[in-house]
Design a protein around this ligand. Structure first.
Ligand SMILES: Nc1ncnc2c1ncn2[C@@H]1O[C@H](COP(=O)(O)OP(=O)(O)OP(=O)(O)O)[C@@H](O)[C@H]1O
Length: 268
């Protein structure tokens, strides 16, 4: 068990959890990146992962997307095991179908926007609901238009990605992730690849989503003022463990752990 401090699922949300990591270990060769990690996130909460480079934050998001598999431990999303399934009372590695079903609850926005360059903006946003969820084209188009309005791009439906700025492309990527109506939105340093003048527009959209929807967010960011604005809880990672967690006003102003103080003095 790695967590030394309380987790974001502490009261009053105890017992309600959308994400659960139990003893998750992830190694690359002989490098243990996550070391028996335990944490939970309650529905609707916004949790930010902070910590030095290489402490395993992105690895957590990649595990949730099943881009990686844990070496030990289990991950549950909305009550279902992500990479395992129960058969005859035993926990066995899950088949692709099971994992795909559980992963439908999760949307992710990456540092690079990863839009389909040959599709117009509207089609980029419609694509997964039609092909993964089997949503009818009219309903998918309507959903995509609403989401593009939400991210301030309702007038750019017919543009191709290369005709947009990086900030606009990232806002399309946010709309695309939301189009699957995920319960959890994973944000992995979504402004790191942007020119500085484009960062604020993307963060404003995410602030708006955080404050006006009930979506659960798990966010890796170096934008500490954004983290302070949207987070219910901040988890400080070091060497693959949560060394401290709590509400942002506590972590950013009165961190208890020496490593948290060092990290924050370097980035704030
Ligand atoms: N596919 C991989 N193969 C080998 N090593 C990897 C792989 N992915 C990640 N790592 C290593 O795992 C460690 C944790 O990486 P991770 O990206 O999770 O850290 P991070 O906390 O998100 O860092 P940063 O803030 O720099 O993005 C790093 O040392 C990284 O080099």
């Amino acid at each position: 068990m790695a967590t030394e401090s309380r987790t974001p699922s502490a009261a009053p949300d105890a017992g309600r959890e959308l994400i659960r990591f139990d003893g998750v270990t992830k190694r690359f060769g002989d490098h243990t990146v996550l070391d028996g990690l335990d944490f939970t996130v309650a529905p609707g909460k916004h949790v930010t992962l902070i910590g030095p480079s290489g402490s395993g934050k992105t690895t957590i998001l990649r595990l949730l997307m099943t881009l990686l598999r844990p070496d030990e431990g289990t991950i549950k999303v909305a009550g279902d095991y992500l990479t395992h399934e129960e058969r005859n009372g035993r926990l066995v590695p899950a088949g692709e179908k099971h994992t795909r079903e559980v992963r439908k609850h999760i949307g992710m926005v990456f540092q690079q926007f990863n839009l389909f360059p040959n599709m117009r903006v509207l089609r980029n946003v419609m694509e997964a609901p039609v092909h993964v969820l089997g949503l009818g084209k009219d309903a998918a188009r309507e959903r995509a238009r609403e989401l593009l309005d939400l991210v301030g791009l309702g007038d750019r439906c017919d543009a191709y990605p290369t005709q947009l700025s990086g900030g606009q492309q990232q806002r399309v990527a946010i709309a695309r992730a939301l189009a699957m109506r995920p319960q959890v939105l994973l944000l992995d340093e979504v402004t790191s690849a942007l020119d500085p003048e484009l960062v604020a527009g993307v963060l404003d959209v995410l602030r708006d989503i955080a404050h006006t929807t009930d979506i659960t967010m798990l966010c890796v960011t170096h934008e500490m003022s954004f983290a302070r604005d949207i987070s219910d809880d901040v988890l400080m990672f070091d060497a693959g463990r949560v060394i401290e967690s709590g509400p942002p006003e506590k972590i950013f102003t009165e961190p208890e752990h020496e490593r948290t103080r060092e990290f924050l003095s370097a980035v704030l």
